[in-house]
Design a protein around this ligand. Structure first.
Ligand SMILES: [Zn+2]
Length: 111
């Protein structure tokens, strides 16, 4: 029986018995040669994951600004550097809380 757990290396949840970590990509959020390592399928996925991590650690300034220009990414061990523009937005979340004024259907509601 395979167990669904968090991988200690890449921090992704998966069935660890036959889990293989995704390749490592290095993302430079501000072209400052300060590369953040993320496990991803490709360059695009790596940028999106790095931006999500970055915003979660700070003031959500990528979402606040609506996106970000010039995020650089390279696959670890490769020399080709790709640049991405990132769009970011928040989605509204609705949460309903019951108000305690339960009425029968034929009663008049008193608001
Ligand atoms: Zn892993």
């Amino acid at each position: 029986m395979s167990t669904f757990e968090k991988c200690p290396v890449c921090k992704e949840y998966d069935f660890l018995d036959d889990h293989k970590c995704l390749p490592i990509y290095e993302v430079d959020m501000y072209e400052e040669d300060d590369w953040m390592e993320v496990h991803a399928y490709d360059h695009k996925g790596a940028v999106e994951k790095a931006c999500q991590k970055y915003d979660n650690m700070g003031d959500y300034d990528i979402i606040t600004d609506g996106g970000k220009d010039s995020v650089c990414v390279r696959k670890q061990g490769e020399k080709i550097i790709k640049t991405f523009y990132v769009e970011a937005y928040s989605e509204p979340t609705y949460n309903a809380c019951e108000v305690e004024n339960e009425k029968e259907e034929n009663e008049e509601l008193d608001f």
